[in-house]
Design a protein around this ligand. Structure first.
Ligand SMILES: Nc1ncnc2c1ncn2[C@@H]1O[C@H](COP(=O)(O)OP(=O)(O)O)[C@@H](O)[C@H]1O
Ligand SMILES: *[C@@H]1O[C@H](CO)[C@@H](O)[C@H](O)[C@H]1NC(C)=O
Ligand SMILES: *[C@@H]1O[C@H](CO)[C@@H](O)[C@H](O)[C@H]1NC(C)=O
Ligand SMILES: *[C@@H]1O[C@H](CO)[C@@H](O)[C@H](O)[C@H]1NC(C)=O
Ligand SMILES: *[C@@H]1O[C@H](CO)[C@@H](O)[C@H](O)[C@H]1NC(C)=O
Ligand SMILES: *[C@@H]1O[C@H](CO)[C@@H](O)[C@H](O)[C@H]1NC(C)=O
Ligand SMILES: *[C@@H]1O[C@H](CO)[C@@H](O)[C@H](O)[C@H]1NC(C)=O
Length: 681
């Protein structure tokens, strides 16, 4: 129900009071008085706005210009025409407009296009277009002076076509969507003078004041958050004589347009004053934005459009993670198993157990690395069985069965001076051998001082030599088959808790015999311990073991590596060095200085003599292990050493093309080999 009442501009407050008293609860209060025209709407219930397009007034009084439909647009006009011209001189009079609007996109800060408050000669905007034309103009008439349109645009889209400054601006438009002046949406603080920007599509209601001053021909547009007193400094202002733009009779209204992004444009309140300030909009009775139902809807939407995909993605991800975990687990612990292995069943360890026992083959459990692979300390979680796990890489399937059969058969070897094989595990490309754990480690560390204050006494050394001899006689003679160790050396001798010598690594050397064709002459063993005839035959025999054992005896007795650095920086064979001492009659100088003279002279000389005898270049000159044991135990006197033995032998060997100093061995000779030359271990 519109109200038309006389009003004097002198007493607007008392008049308002009267309205309030008379029409309490009414949200509509349009005024028309003489040539000073005014109106004010705080909400649009029961008003007579002219609407078109998607525009409608919601039941609670919101003017909704666009309803969220794609490419929709809508207009709302104050129903009556207004006279803008001064009757006496025809200039456009001073007018003031204020309105409260809100742009509510479905997703905050993502909206399309915008709205305008405009003055036009007619309520029919011919062929106004949506989207960037904001429902105001079209591509034909944009910029044409015959439009007679003045507008304030609140634009949430940057149209480069119209040289928009950004996607959140307020602009002053004359006949065109090219704004004559525009500014980032926001306001200037009265006190500080600083600019505070406002998000047009922040879903918040905001107030705008538009003032035209007749004498100054100045247009000011001011923005502020709802509830704030109008800032003194306008957000944007321009000098423009609207007299040449606006027709005398014109309509005032709103237009808005939406693109593809679901956005609703609302006007909550509106007031106008010709030749007077715009009446205040009663903010307390403004209709509320559909925040509650809309938010609920948005929540549901949010649930559907965000939570659901997220949840689905999370589900897929977690399923994928579980699957990949299972697959990785599967590969991580994957093993190779063949039917023929069933007979070795009891000796088979699961890779998973070994993996956990060694804490995933952690470096902190690394005991050492030898020629065949790395050795890790491990402990089975349940039985607390301590073990040493050697990872041997292999790539040949060929001979694998024989090799494992042999490895496993060595598991049946029972001698107190052997490191027992507890079992094995086979995987793609590698074999894991599980040995008894020897807490004291390998002998070489004691001999060459890697373990502090660990010089072994003579008795301990002799006991170690005796132990290895007894291990070898077991392998060579006492077991059902002849087992050639092929890699006797200090680093393969491990010490148990009582410092008993335990020979390790037996059987391994044979792997390469089986895995590789017999005709390829691969020398297996470690340089310095290799019998000269191996260069020719490449075939390990018990007597090549004896040769290596001879070098080992000298190593233990002299505390020197099999190939040593002489004072002239030359490499000297330990055998030759000892022999020289024998010939010079200075045997005591050959014995390890670390013993500081504390040794059994008879035993030490015997050891040196035996060492030389065993490492004799001529195969037939070497004793068997059974004889060695008898010499060691003192049952038989060893034979005298032949004079100039080594010099003759060396000459002979060099004639045959075997130069012990030029170590050109095939690739199977191992890391231990090289490091024992450089003495780096
Ligand atoms: N059963 C074991 N118990 C404790 N330590 C071991 C055991 N087997 C090997 N090791 C350690 O691992 C190192 C490397 O072993 P290995 O591969 O046999 O060396 P190499 O190839 O030089 O003979 C050894 O020097 C030793 O310190
Ligand atoms: C609204 O205005 C139109 C003309 O613009 C008029 O015909 C109509 O009667 C008015 N309605 C009310 C309720 O004032
Ligand atoms: C929005 O308005 C347009 C134009 O009046 C109409 O076709 C459409 O159905 C409306 N959409 C909704 C969701 O109300
Ligand atoms: C109309 O114009 C005349 C002459 O310029 C001026 O004196 C008068 O104040 C104007 N009226 C209004 C309402 O601005
Ligand atoms: C402006 O519009 C008028 C009327 O529609 C038309 O006659 C005129 O050609 C237009 N001018 C331009 C520059 O488009
Ligand atoms: C504005 O334009 C009108 C006519 O176009 C003119 O009469 C008036 O003087 C102008 N106002 C100013 C301040 O220049
Ligand atoms: C706004 O409306 C409310 C409710 O009708 C009223 O109590 C209040 O006084 C009004 N405020 C102004 C400034 O008119």
């Amino acid at each position: 129900m519109p109200l038309f009442m006389p009003m004097t501009s002198m007493k607007p407050l008392s008049f308002l009071l009267l309205i309030k008293l008379l029409f309490l609860g009414l949200s509509v209060a349009p005024f028309i008085a003489g040539d000073e025209h005014q109106f004010s709407f705080s909400g649009f219930s029961n008003t007579n706005l002219t609407l078109d397009g998607a525009a409608s007034v919601t039941p609670n009084g919101l003017l909704m210009l666009t309803n969220g439909s794609a490419l929709s647009m809508g207009h709302a006009f104050y129903p009556s025409p207004l006279h803008f011209h001064n009757l006496s001189d025809g200039t456009v009079q001073t007018f003031c407009i204020s309105f409260v609007f809100a742009i509510v996109p479905t997703y905050k800060d993502l909206s399309s296009n915008g709205l305008t408050m405009f003055i036009a000669p007619s309520k029919n905007l011919p062929a106004a277009m949506p989207i960037q034309f904001l429902g105001l103009l079209n591509d034909q008439n944009n910029g044409n002076e015959t439009n007679h349109i003045f507008a304030i645009e609140l634009d949430t889209f940057q149209n480069l076509e119209f040289e928009d400054i950004n996607d959140n601006h307020i602009g002053i438009d004359i006949n065109s969507l090219y704004s004559i002046k525009s500014h980032n949406a926001g306001f200037y603080h009265d006190e500080s003078g600083t600019f505070q920007s406002l998000g047009l599509d922040s879903q918040e209601a905001m107030q705008v004041w538009v003032d035209y001053h007749r004498e100054k021909t100045q247009i000011d547009a001011t923005m502020a958050p709802l509830g704030m007193v109008k800032p003194t400094r306008p957000t944007v202002s321009a000098n423009y004589n609207l007299s040449s733009v606006l027709t005398d009779v014109a309509y005032i209204g709103f237009s808005s347009a939406q693109g593809k992004i679901n956005t609703k444009h609302y006007v909550l309140g509106w007031s106008f004053g010709m030749n007077s300030p715009a009446p205040a909009i009663n903010l307390t009775i403004l209709p509320t934005l559909p925040s509650d139902p809309h938010t609920k809807y948005r929540h549901r939407l949010w649930l559907l459009e965000i939570i659901l995909p997220l949840a689905t993605a999370a589900l897929i991800l977690s399923v994928a993670a579980v699957v990949s975990l299972l697959v990785r687990r599967h590969f991580r612990y994957a093993e190779l198993r063949d039917d023929w292995e069933v007979e070795f069943g009891p000796h088979r360890f699961s890779y998973k157990d070994l993996f956990h026992a060694t804490e995933g083959f952690d470096d902190k459990n690394l005991l050492g690395a030898g020629g065949f692979g790395r050795v890790y300390r491990g402990e089975l979680p349940r039985s607390k069985l301590r073990m040493a796990v050697k990872r041997v890489s292999h790539d040949s399937k060929q001979g694998m069965k024989e090799f494992i059969a042999e490895i496993v058969s060595t598991g049946r070897l029972q001698n107190p001076n052997l490191v027992h094989l507890l079992g094995y595990c086979r995987r793609q490309g590698e074999l894991l051998l599980v040995y008894e754990y020897m807490p004291k480690g390998s002998l070489d560390k004691y001999l060459y001082g890697e373990v502090n204050n660990s010089t072994l006494s003579w008795d301990q050394r002799f006991w170690i030599i005796r132990g290895i001899a007894s291990a070898l006689i077991y392998l060579h003679e006492e077991w059902e088959k002849v087992v050639v160790h092929r890699d006797i050396k200090a680093s393969n001798v491990l010490l148990d808790d009582e410092l008993n010598a335990r020979l390790g690594d037996f059987g391994l050397a044979r792997q390469y015999d089986h895995g590789v064709e017999q005709e390829t002459t691969r020398v297996v063993g470690t340089i310095g311990y290799l019998a000269p005839e191996l260069a020719r035959t490449a075939k390990g025999t018990p007597l090549t073991d004896v040769f290596a054992f001879g070098v080992f005896i000298l190593e233990v007795t002299c505390g020197q590596r099999p190939i040593m650095q002489s004072t002239q920086d030359e490499l000297v064979m330990l055998v030759d060095w000892v022999l020289e001492h024998v010939q010079q009659g200075s045997l005591e100088d050959a014995i390890d200085v670390r013993l500081k003279g504390h040794y059994n002279v008879g035993e030490a000389y015997l050891a040196l003599k035996l060492g030389l005898l065993c490492s004799h270049p001529f195969v037939c000159a070497r004793p068997s292990m059974r004889q060695v044991i008898q010499y060691l135990d003192g049952h038989i006197e060893p034979p005298e050493l032949p004079a100039h033995q080594s010099f003759q032998a060396l000459a002979l060997m060099q004639n045959e093309g075997f130069d012990p100093y030029i170590m050109s061995y095939p690739s199977s000779t191992n890391v231990g080999t090289i490091s024992s030359i450089s003495g780096g271990r």
